[in-house]
Structures are given as C-alpha cells and as structure tokens.
Design a protein around this ligand. Structure first.
Ligand SMILES: Cc1cc2nc3c(=O)[nH]c(=O)nc-3n(C[C@H](O)[C@H](O)[C@H](O)COP(=O)(O)OP(=O)(O)OC[C@H]3O[C@@H](n4cnc5c(N)ncnc54)[C@H](O)[C@@H]3O)c2cc1C
Ligand SMILES: NC(=O)C1=CN([C@@H]2O[C@H](COP(=O)(O)OP(=O)(O)OC[C@H]3O[C@@H](n4cnc5c(N)ncnc54)[C@H](OP(=O)(O)O)[C@@H]3O)[C@@H](O)[C@H]2O)C=CC1
Length: 461
C-alpha cells in the first residue's frame, strides 16, 4: 500500500501553538479576515477554544505550510532543578498535573522547590501530605510579594483549613479543553498547553494522611544534591557526604526509608516521596532556532518589538515564548502569565493584519499598566504597576495598611504619584488605584491615602 503523502498547504497566516496566546491570535485573525483560512499548528491535537480553523499537528513528517505571516506561540516549559530524574516533577499541562496528582495520592511527604506561583498555590492546596518547602529567599512568594505581604499570608498557612474545603475535593476538569486533552494523548515528550488560572480546581491534591496543612519552610537555601534511596544508604554508610552532625535531625532520627533524599545548601537533608520543581519556565524556542537567526532575550525568549515582530522577517511571537523588548511603559513589566499571553496573542494578530495591509498600529493599551488578579491562600490578590517597586531604586516610599486575617494593602509612591500596589483580600481598591496610577495624579497633598476612614473611591471619583 502506498504511504499517504504529507499534506502541503499555503495560507496567508499561520499560527503555531494551541495555548491561550496561539488560539487568541488565530481567533482574532479569523475575525479580521473571515474569508481566509487561518492555519493553527500545535504539538497537541487539542486546542483550547472553539475552532473554525484548519487544525494541524506538526509531526516532522515533512508536511509544509506556506505562510505570508507567521506567529510563534509555542509557550514555555518548566525549568527543572534536575532533568531526567523520575522523582523530580514539573507541572505545566494536563499530563504533568495528572502525574503529580497520581504520585501525591501515595505520598506521605513531598518537597517543593521554588518560591513563585506554582509553589504558593501547592503549599496551600495540598492536604494529607507533609510538605517541605525550600526557598532561596527569606520570605515566601518572592515573585509576587515583599516580606510584609509574605508575613500576612504565612499565618494562613499555619492555620487549619476549614473542613468544608476538604469535602469538596474530587477529580474533575473545569474546561472542556482540559477534559479532552486528558483523553487525547499524543507522542511522549510533546508539550500540552499551560494549565493557567484555577488549574488545581479539578485535581484531588490529597496525600495519604488525614490532616490539612503540614508545611515546613526552609528559607535561604537551594538544592545541593539529590540522592536516590540506595545512593543515600551507601553514602551514609561511608559517612560521606553525610557526616551525622551535618544531617538534619529529621533525617538522622527518621526511621523511614524514603525513595529520594534532598541535600540542601543549608546543610540539611530531607527524605521524601518525590520533589516538585516549581522553579520557573524556559521559553520553548528550541524547535525554531535551527537555521533561523532569532534575537533572544536574556531569559531565552524570542525578542519582539512593539509590533510583536521578532528579528526574523514576517515572523511574530506572543505569549510565554517571547520576550517583550520594546521600551516599556513606566508601570508595565512582562511576566509569563495567562492574561499577558492572551493580550499578546490578540495584539500580535492586530499587528500581523495591519502589516499585511502595509500599516502599523500603536502599542495596545493593555501594555500601559501591569495588572494581575489571582488567588493565593484563598485571598484575592491584585498586583498593579510596579507593585514591588521594580526598577524604582531607593527613591520611593511605601504606604501600608494591614488587618490581620482580613486585608493587606501596600502602595508604592514616587514623587507623590502612585507607581504600584499590592492588594490582598477584598479591598475594593483596584479600580481607583488603576486610575490613580495611569493618570499619575499628584497625591502629595492628600496625606495618608490608606486611612480607613477615607472613602478613596468617593474622593477620586
Ligand atoms: C500550573 C500553572 C498554573 C498557572 N496559573 C496561572 C494563573 O493562575 N494565572 C496566570 O495568569 N497565569 C498562570 N499560569 C501561567 C499561564 O498559564 C501561561 O503564562 C500561559 O498559559 C501561556 O500561554 P501560551 O499560549 O503562551 O503558552 P502555552 O499554554 O504553553 O501553549 C503553548 C502551545 O504551543 C504548543 N507547542 C509547543 N511546542 C510546539 C511545537 N514545536 N510545534 C507546535 N506547537 C507547539 C503546545 O502544545 C501548546 O499548545 C500558570 C501556569 C502553570 C503551568
Ligand atoms: N496564580 C498565578 O499567578 C500563578 C502563575 N503561575 C505562572 O506559571 C509559571 C510557572 O510557575 P513557577 O514555576 O512557580 O514559576 P515562577 O517564575 O512563578 O517562580 C519560580 C520560582 O523558583 C525560583 N527558582 C528558580 N530557580 C531556582 C532554583 N534552581 N532553586 C530554587 N529556586 C529557584 C525563583 O526564584 P528567583 O525569582 O529568585 O529566580 C522563583 O521563586 C510562571 O510564569 C508563573 O508566573 C503559576 C502558578 C500560579
């Protein structure tokens, strides 16, 4: 029987990547050019939204897709502390989250390395399993918070979680895309789309025990070495590299034989069932670099200018794969987040459309102000502008308001103007603060902006 010839297509616009950036880009192109076929190529057979585009899987089978303008939205992959170790898990897509859930159901103790979004969410959500959380910093959540906000949140981590929360946990998927992605497995090594907000809602994050939280935090340390059980046993016998007095109490007295042991740079060693490496992401550029002269950012992403255009002619990029390289607004910075990936995908499509008509467009308004809304430890969290005084040097002031267990408000001020804010809890201040930052209102004559007796919303209406 004759083998089927690889398909060959020609189209004006091709988008690579079926995550939020790619799908939004393709959708927007389809809206702008309803009579054109928009080709969306993804490493997975499932994309995240309703599709009236030609979906295709790039299998390296030689199929060719000719384009006039191409947008690369291939996302990022977890940057693991150690590649190829079966006890080190990263979480990115449905498959990796399910693998994590499966391992957790058998676990008594796990280690979480990293101090960003995934770690923050996991340490709070995991129940019935001891968690040793190792962070490089003095305080938790360095990618989002300063030490004050971290302290506010830490008390929630120590407290017991309400029973009701535990009763609600069961395996379910919140979106059709995720459900389908779980059912449709493609070749090993293929990346799925990043899970995004509410990713753990459908997962049963419960270990083998019957308590809610048991989190021990090791600060200011990194992983020095990982030992499998047998390696650990041998090294202990030889007293190398684990002289007894260098070992953590819990290891020397620990009768449990753990599958894996982690030696930290603070000289402590912990045994555990497995390790979650929640240590950030690396832009997924590798498949596209061979033979192409892309300029790369310091973080390894494809550099894009204010038109989302890479350094290669007619090639655009959006989402986690790219590094924004235009001079940013004073209140915006790139972070690899779902909202930014969506905004970039949408705006890249606008830029591609304009360029194909020989025009260019102004940078979209969404890149004026950094705004991120999320939930940590069951608190609503809103981050605005230079929320951690990023890049402001020492020439700034902070205003704080904190009610334990209820709200934490931090405002970053410079020359009497608001530059950023962290709002934790139901503060209702986000809209007012957004305006104050964007308008750069002179607030120097208003005294204590955070005085709870002043209705700011009313004041600045
Ligand atoms: C566990 C987790 C929780 C998160 N939670 C939040 C949150 O609460 N809030 C928030 O704002 N952000 C969150 N994020 C970040 C957010 O999900 C990502 O920033 C965003 O989804 C990135 O979208 P993307 O489209 O750029 O990339 P991706 O979603 O990674 O999509 C990339 C796509 O490209 C495809 N692809 C890869 N390589 C190829 C190739 N060679 N050829 C063809 N296709 C390819 C992949 O299959 C995939 O479909 C979270 C991320 C994770 C991992
Ligand atoms: N609610 C939300 O908004 C969520 C967002 N996300 C997003 O998903 C992506 C993946 O999340 P995540 O993996 O948590 O990435 P993040 O970038 O959020 O955090 C990575 C953390 O790991 C630390 N780190 C990096 N390398 C090491 C190392 N070798 N040893 C110890 N610590 C290390 C980083 O420290 P340093 O900064 O000092 O390098 C940082 O604290 C991110 O883009 C994140 O923004 C994920 C979950 C929830």
């Amino acid at each position: 029987m004759e083998a089927a010839r690889p398909p060959s297509t020609a189209g004006r616009f091709v988008v690579v990547g079926g995550g939020i950036a790619g799908v939004t880009c393709a959708e927007q192109l389809a809206i702008q050019f309803p009579s054109e076929d928009i080709l969306l190529i993804t490493a997975r057979p499932v994309i995240k939204a309703v599709t009236n585009f030609k979906q295709c899987i790039l299998t390296g089978d030689g199929s060719q897709h000719v384009y006039e303008k191409l947008c690369l939205c291939a996302g990022a992959k977890p940057k693991l502390i150690c590649e190829g170790n079966p006890y080190v898990l990263g979480i990115r897509d449905t498959d990796s989250a399910q693998e994590f859930q499966k391992q957790l159901t058998k676990a008594k103790r796990i280690m979480i390395i990293g101090n960003g979004g995934i770690a923050l969410e996991l340490v709070y959500e995991i129940e019935g399993c001891e968690v040793i959380w190792a962070i490089k910093d003095k305080a938790i959540g360095n990618t989002f918070f300063d030490a004050g906000a971290a302290e506010f949140l830490t008390s929630k981590l120590i407290a017991e979680k309400p029973e009701a929360r535990m009763a609600h946990k069961r395996t379910r998927y919140t979106t059709e895309g995720r459900k389908k992605e779980a059912q449709t497995k493609s070749g090993a090594g293929n990346l799925g789309s990043a899970l995004g907000p509410d990713w753990h809602e459908g997962l049963n994050l419960k270990g083998t025990k019957e308590f809610s939280h048991k989190v021990h935090i090791e600060t200011m340390c990194e992983v020095k070495k990982i030992y499998l059980q047998e390696e650990f046993r041998i090294s202990k016998k030889k007293s190398l590299p684990f002289p007894r007095d260098r070992c953590n109490q819990s290891v020397t007295t620990d009768k449990e034989a753990w599958p894996v042991y982690v030696e930290l740079t603070n000289e402590k060693t912990y045994g555990c069932d497995f390790i979650v490496s929640a240590t950030g992401v690396t832009p997924n550029t590798e498949p596209f670099l061979c033979g192409n002269n892309f300029d790369l950012g310091e973080d390894g992403g494809l550099k894009v200018d204010a038109q989302m255009h890479t350094s290669v002619s007619d090639v655009y990029a959006a989402g986690d794969i790219c590094t924004a390289s235009w001079p940013p607004s004073p209140f915006w910075q790139q972070m690899r987040l779902w909202t930014q990936a969506r905004q970039m995908g949408w705006y890249a499509a606008k830029c591609m459309a304009a360029a194909s008509l020989g025009e260019s467009i102004d940078l979209d308004f969404s890149f004026e102000l950094f705004a991120h809304v999320t939930k940590f430890f069951n608190y609503k969290v809103v981050l605005l502008g230079k929320y951690n005084a990023q890049g402001l040097g020492s020439d700034h002031e902070l205003m704080l308001r904190c009610t334990k267990g209820q709200e934490y408000v931090k405002v970053v001020m410079q020359n009497g103007q608001m530059m950023g804010a962290v709002l934790i809890g139901e503060t209702d201040l986000e809209e007012t603060f957004e305006h104050l930052i964007l308008n750069q209102t002179d607030l120097s004559s208003y005294g204590d902006l955070l005085d709870p007796n002043i209705d700011l919303e009313d004041y600045f209406d």
